[in-house]
Design a protein. Structure first.
Length: 365
């Protein structure tokens, strides 16, 4: 099993914006130094707590300072941009990273983002499909493109000057394009079937209960079979909220205490989900009333904390429940205590993962 990083950071509203961005960059640079295999960041334009407004711009800021890690958008919210803009930016980013790039895509889940871009009352799933289809066509076809859809048109027919290079869009370095990944949130996701059929790979979100994460693998397999692809557990990524500290008391306090950045994260998510009718994601029993969904229960089920050995055991138990997967994505949270946050990532890489992989190897023999 590989270790990666995924952040949809939720920072305190009063924390200095520049500081949050700096800390998030430091987390990616530390992940690279520690040998994490890949790292992703989300994007939201209209949420002060979720500070990264452009995943591509954020990743571009890391190009020169990272050495081995694959960087990924997690995700580009496709309906919020023109397909030609996305195609051009992703192609450039893939070249800047010399192919160390994964292309994460989604229809976008934040209602206020949809509203600010004028998409709130539109079929954003249909926009998502049209947008990614156009991006892939731009990379596959030659100018002047002449792509026409319900939402967008892409053409340089009237202005192309081939001998000068005008009207021609760049293609990615990786052929036919960078690996495409999709963050999966919904239990029993039908969208995952369609994505897998197209050869795209899933990232199961860190705020999903194990019971719902488990539902993703069968649909991934179904989609792969429909699309003629070989289902491979190594292509399944799962994000988890993890905090490791060899002082057991300190680990519990930082991860589950009243001032915990992890508890703050889930408190924010719970409030948003309740407001938008998505609290079912935190329910094992769908008959439970929204008012009965308790923050303490959520945190105890979704935050894996303790010593290196304890966290490794919890991850192995989780793997036993949901099945084999290829990459564990360490979920990024606010660095309320910079030293503890950094040390947790170090311990995960240097102590937790060796224990996990040793146990997986023994079980396979």
């Amino acid at each position: 099993m590989k270790i990666g990083f995924f952040t949809m950071p939720i920072h305190p509203l009063d924390k200095d914006y520049k500081k949050t961005l700096s800390e998030d960059r430091q987390a990616f640079l530390l992940a690279d130094k520690l040998g994490f295999s890949e790292a992703y960041c989300g994007e939201h334009v209209t949420d002060v707590a979720e500070n990264i407004t452009s995943s591509t711009l954020f990743i571009a800021s890391l190009v020169a300072e990272t050495k081995q890690i694959r960087l990924g958008t997690g995700t580009v919210n496709m309906p919020n941009s023109h397909p030609a803009a996305i195609a051009g930016q992703i192609a450039m980013l893939d070249h800047m990273l010399d192919g160390r790039f994964n292309f994460g895509i989604s229809p976008g889940g934040l209602a206020s983002d949809a509203e600010v871009f004028g998409n709130l009352d539109k079929d954003r799933n249909a926009m998502f499909v049209e947008c990614i289809d156009m991006v892939l066509d731009i990379w596959k076809k030659e100018s002047p493109y002449n792509l026409k859809g319900k939402y967008w048109t892409v053409s340089t027919e009237r202005t192309e000057i081939k001998e000068l290079g005008q009207g021609i869009m760049r293609k990615p370095l990786q052929k036919p394009h960078p690996p495409i990944v999709c963050t999966v949130v919904a239990p029993f996701s039908k969208g995952l079937i369609s994505a897998a059929a197209r050869g795209w790979h899933p990232i199961s979100a860190n705020f999903l209960l194990p019971k719902w994460v488990k539902t993703h693998w069968p649909n991934y397999v179904k989609g792969c079979i429909e699309g003629g692809h070989e289902p491979c557990a190594q292509n399944w990524r799962i994000a988890k909220s993890i905090f490791v500290c060899e002082d057991r008391k300190k680990a519990k306090e930082y991860a589950l205490g009243n001032q915990s950045p992890y508890v703050f994260y889930y408190k924010q998510l719970l409030a948003k989900f309740l407001k938008h009718g998505k609290a079912n994601l935190f329910k094992e029993d769908q008959n439970i009333a929204d008012a009965d969904v308790k923050l303490d229960d959520i945190c105890n089920k979704l935050i894996l904390c303790g010593t290196s050995k304890e966290v490794a055991d919890k991850i192995l138990e989780f793997r036993e429940e949901v099945g084999d997967f290829g990459t564990l994505l360490y979920a990024g949270h606010d660095w309320a205590d910079v030293d503890l946050a950094k040390k947790s990532m170090e311990l995960t890489s240097e102590k937790v993962m060796p224990i996990i992989n040793k146990n997986i190897k023994i079980a396979a023999e």
